[in-house]
Design a protein around this ligand. Structure first.
Ligand SMILES: [Zn+2]
Length: 88
């Protein structure tokens, strides 16, 4: 049975009229919970961020959450949230 899947590519038009393909990794949505107040937070990460650590204030309790972007043993993106006092 032939495959009818269409592979979409995102194209952007440069100022000189050329079409270039955007190399865009799809963002993956991850749900983490605030280490302080337990509020669930949606974060969006892509594979280029693996190994990164960034800090974002909780929208609810306004305390700084440290996010670590990692790959699990299955190769899936995971985000770990910890508080600033936790020893990594
Ligand atoms: Zn919080």
């Amino acid at each position: 049975m032939p495959c009818h899947c269409v592979r979409w590519t995102l194209l952007t038009i440069e100022t000189d009229g050329r079409l270039t393909q955007m190399s865009m990794e799809p963002l993956e949505e991850q749900i983490v919970s605030c280490p302080y107040c337990g509020e669930t937070i949606e974060v969006f990460v892509d594979h280029q961020e693996v190994g990164d650590e960034y800090i974002e204030d909780c929208q609810v309790c306004c305390r700084p959450i440290i996010f670590n972007v990692e790959l699990d043993s299955m190769g899936n993106l995971t985000v770990r949230a910890r508080d600033e006092n936790e020893v990594y």
